[in-house]
Every structure is written in C-alpha cells, then in structure tokens.
Design a protein around this ligand. Structure first.
Ligand code: C2E
Length: 517
C-alpha cells in the first residue's frame, strides 16, 4: 500500500478514535448534568412541599388557637399555646396579642411590659402579617442572637426558622430565592439571592441547572434554585474521572476495533468474497499464435484481481478460491463476463480460439455440464477451449464422462502445464483431449540445453501418437520460437507475441497483423 494512503488511513483511524473518546466524554458529561438537573427539579419540588407543610402548620395552629377565643393571656391560653408548640413540627414559639400588643409568649410567659411589634415586612391579602428576620429569644437565658420568621394570624403569632429549614432542604443549590408575590404588591424577597427568581434563569439555562416554581397551595410564594454546571461537575468529580477513563477505553476500543476490521477486510478470504460480488475480478487475454503463419488465432483468458486495498496475483487467489469453495461462482463469472465482452467485439472473427482455465475438480462434478446451458456458451461464435491442469481428479469416471460430454458439445480440451504434473500416457488417451500445452519451464530451459528441454521432441512424439496439437507456453524470444517451430509445435503463447492484455489491445494487435499481411 502506498505510504501516503497508509498515512491517510492512520490519520483517519487516529481521528476516529479521538472523536469516539471525545464523544463518549461529552455524552458522559451530559448525563451527569442531566442527572443533576433532574435532582435539582426534585429538590425544588421537595422544598416547595416542605414550604407548604410549614405554611400549612402555621395556618392550622393559628386557626385552632384563634378558634379557642381567649381574650387575654390566662393560664389556659398559655397552656394551649405551649401544647401547640410541643405538637408542632416547625413552630418554635407562639405569642398572644391583646390590644395590638404582644402580652405573652410560649418562651417567656406573660410579659412584664407588653411589646409593640415593629412594622411587618409584608402583609398578605387576608391581612396576615409577616416579619422575615426578627431577632428572637427562644429561652429566657438565650444570649446568642437568633433570627426567625414570624407570622401573625389573628391574635397569635408563630415563630419559626423558615429560611434555615428551607436552606437545609436545598442542599444542592448554592443559589436560591424565596419570594412573596402578593396581588397589587411589589414582590418581597424573603430569602436567598435577591432577584434570582425574576432574573436571567432562562437565559442561563445553557450553563446552569435551574428550577423555578410557585407553591401550588400558596401560589404567592415562589422558589428559584440555581446550580452552575461548574458546581455540578465539581460535585461529581469522581464521576468525571470515571467518565474520562471510560472515554479513553472507548477510544482504545475504537482503535482496536478498526484495526480488527481492517485485518478482517484485508484478509484474502473477505477480499475474494467481496471481489466476486463487486467486480474485483477481471480477465486479460494473452494471444495464442499459429507457429506456421505467425498469426494470432486465439487468446487465453487470465484472471486478475484488484480492490481498494490493492491487487492480488493469480498465485494468491486461484487455489484460495478453491479452498473457499468459490471456484464455481468464479468460473461462471469468468465465462459470462469474458464471453459477453468478446461476443460484442465485431473485430474478432468467428472461430477465434478462446481458452479458459477450468478447475479440475469441477470436471469431476456434474455441475460442469451446467456450463453448457449458459447462454454465452450456447450462442458463442468462437471456438471455446477448456484448459485443465494434469490432476488425479481427472481419473475419476465421472470426470472422464464429463470431458467426453464437453467434447461432444464442441468444447476443445487442453491439458495445461503438460509435463509438470500427474498425467501419464494412459490418462491422456482416456482424456481424449485436443491440445497439449507444453509447460513454460521446458521452453525457458531450451537455451541451456537442459535435460528437461531435451524432452520436448519426446512430447512432440507423444502428441503425434495421440493425434493432438501442441501449444508451447512462455515463448519469450525469437530463438525459442524458431526452435519450437522446427520441432513441429503447432501453436505458441508468450511475451514474444504479447503479455496478457485488454480486449482493446488485442484488437489493435489483430489490426496491425491484418495491415502487415
Ligand atoms: N514468465 C513468463 N510468463 C508467461 C509468459 N506467457 C504467459 N505467462 C504467464 O504464464 C501463465 C500461463 O497461464 P497458465 O499456465 O494457464 O497458469 C495460470 C492458471 O493456471 C491460473 N489462472 C489464471 N487465470 C485463471 C482463471 O481465470 N481461472 C483458473 N481456473 N485459473 C487461472 O493461474 C496461473 C498463472 O496465471 P498468470 O499469473 O496469469 O500467468 C500466466 C501468464 O501470465 C511468458 O512468456 N513468460
């Protein structure tokens, strides 16, 4: 694979792993924020529920006391007030008013001097009065200053730590606001961060987690909560570390996954399967020349393979196709594609010899007869030749019968790479072939006068005896050509006449040959 392509793949792969890791981390952050948002909403609802419970208590306790109808701070009144404080969940103290002045309280009993309350911070539609931050003394000897929320309803007031209680409820929110919005009344900021409720919560939604709602039971009271994303992430720092490690793992897994996929994709098995589906195979034609005239009288189809990963040579894929049990679809594709292309080429004369390599084991199965039913074979104007290498498969009775059948159908039979394989004279006689192809190794050795090349005259003798014609493979130079011609070899194939070429190139060769005649 070229270095640039490799570099581009490597860069893409790294980029993809980084993107996967970043994406995973971003999703994890979003999940943390979403969970914090959910928690804050719940927190807001729970706080409002607590608020409702507190105000419900204020209402029920003061209503009950007012209903008792005491006109002064007598023992029974004080006892009822103290009993109410004892039974209350939130109320810390109760006071009783006579003539507009506080005359007794659960904490200090009857006051020596009745107290006049300062002006309330706000008043609701029913005339109830509220003080947001009153300095109180819950016990006689209370020396530390304490501030409380006071609500006066009728002749009683109640003291409680409303803001403190709500602040505990809103454990997650750093910023919050409790607000009173009475009708015809400017909003009263009761506690927390002033202006938060009306402020820019909506605009801040992107960077903050927020909640804002009014009580369903006391709709004049509203609550806003805000927690910045930064605070959420700080609170969940251990989760962030886990998310970060997980993202790294996802990045690494993506990288490993890609490499496994690349290995899988680049495995010859997958490439060949894909190649059969997506035209990874194509066939070139090598001219076959008549020795006597020196003219091209035919061609052998030779398979080639190339995909986006690169080319594969026949040495790499021919045997592999057989192992993968793909020999049959490959052979059918070879015949269909090659013959369709050749048939459409008007420059090729009828009777032009077209040779195809056929897997010997296919000859031993009945399937080979199905080839004869292929329209491209039935309608072909060419002289078709099936080349088979010498193979023990051909000894089988079924193979012999099929070979006979093919011959009857007008298919020429050639024994390929003759001299290198298994065939003996008896087998050759049984095969009843038309052609013997002398293996390239005999031709190559001719100039060195090797023992092997000295066998060529013997091969010529066998061919004459069997009455078959001879084709010499791998003829690369004029000397080999002339020597083979003198020995009586009928046809030749080799680089001297042309390497495997496209149909267009073969046509040009034929035209040059016609022009020279
Ligand atoms: N050095 C040299 N080489 C020459 C010369 N002339 C031809 N050749 C090469 O010799 C091989 C001849 O094909 P083969 O004996 O049928 O041997 C073929 C054939 O057995 C098999 N093959 C190729 N295509 C197919 C196919 O479509 N189907 C089947 N079943 N087998 C095929 O793969 C083998 C190798 O094919 P290729 O690599 O194409 O190699 C081809 C061809 O390119 C020459 O002058 N010098």
């Amino acid at each position: 694979m070229p270095f640039r392509t490799q570099l581009a793949r490597h860069t893409f792969s790294t980029l993809l792993s980084v993107v996967a890791a970043v994406l995973c981390f971003v999703i994890a952050l979003q999940l943390i924020l979403a969970s914090a948002r959910h928690e804050l909403q719940q927190n807001g609802q729970e706080t409002l529920a607590t608020f409702d419970a507190i105000f419900g208590e204020i209402q029920s306790v003061t209503d009950a006391l007012n209903r008792l109808g005491y006109a002064d701070c007598n023992r029974d009144n004080l006892l009822a007030m103290r009993r109410a404080v004892f039974n209350a969940n939130y109320i810390k103290g109760i006071g009783f008013f006579q003539d507009g002045k506080l005359v007794c309280a659960t904490s200090s009993g009857r006051l020596k001097t009745p107290l006049t309350e300062p002006k309330p911070d706000y008043q609701d539609a029913q005339g109830n009065q509220f003080w947001l931050r009153s300095r109180i003394m819950l016990f006689r000897d209370d020396s530390t200053p304490r501030y409380a929320f006071i609500a006066q309803r009728g002749r009683y007031n109640v003291v409680l730590e409303l803001q403190q209680k709500l602040a505990v409820e809103m454990r997650n929110a750093r910023d919050w606001e409790l607000l009173f919005q009475g009708q015809g009344h400017p909003p009263v900021h009761m506690a927390g961060v002033q202006g938060l409720f009306d402020g820019s919560l909506a605009q801040e939604q992107l960077t903050n987690t927020s909640f804002s709602a009014c009580s369903s039971q006391y709709p004049q009271y509203c609550l806003a909560l805000r927690q910045s994303s930064q605070a959420v992430l700080e609170q969940n720092s251990y989760l962030m570390v886990v998310a970060f490690i997980f993202s790294l793992i996802v990045g690494a897994a993506t990288s490993i996954g890609q490499s496994l996929y690349r290995d899988y994709r680049s495995s010859i098995r997958v490439r060949l399967r894909q190649g059969l589906r997506h035209q990874g195979f194509y066939w070139l034609l090598q001219p076959v020349v008549d020795m006597a005239s020196g003219k091209v009288i035919g061609a052998e189809a030779l398979a080639r393979f190339a995909d986006d990963i690169g080319p594969l040579s026949p040495d790499q894929f021919i045997d592999r196709l057989r192992e993968l049990e793909l020999a049959w679809p490959f052979t059918v594709q070879m015949l269909n594609r090659t013959l369709t292309e050749l048939e459409a080429c008007t420059e090729l004369p009828a009777g032009f010899k077209v040779s195809f390599n056929i897997y010997p084991h296919l000859l031993a199965t009945g399937a080979i007869r199905e080839l004869m039913a292929l329209p491209v074979i039935k309608a072909s104007r060419f002289k078709l030749v099936f080349e088979v290498t010498e193979d023990e498969e051909l000894d089988k009775a079924q193979a012999q019968a099929n070979l006979h059948y093919l011959r009857q159908q007008g298919i020429g039979l050639a024994v390929d790479d003759f001299g290198t394989g298994y065939a003996n004279l008896g087998q050759l006689i049984k095969m009843d072939c038309d052609l013997l192809k002398i293996d390239r190794s005999f031709v190559t050795d001719m100039e060195e006068h090797s023992v092997r090349s000295s066998l060529i005259p013997q091969i010529v003798g066998i061919a004459r005896q069997l009455n078959v014609q001879l084709v010499a493979e791998g003829v690369e130079n004029e000397r080999q050509y002339q020597a083979l011609r003198k020995l009586g070899v009928d046809y030749a194939q080799g680089w001297l006449f042309g390497k495997p070429m496209t149909l267009g190139e073969l046509v040009v060769l034929l035209e040059q040959q016609a022009a020279a005649a």
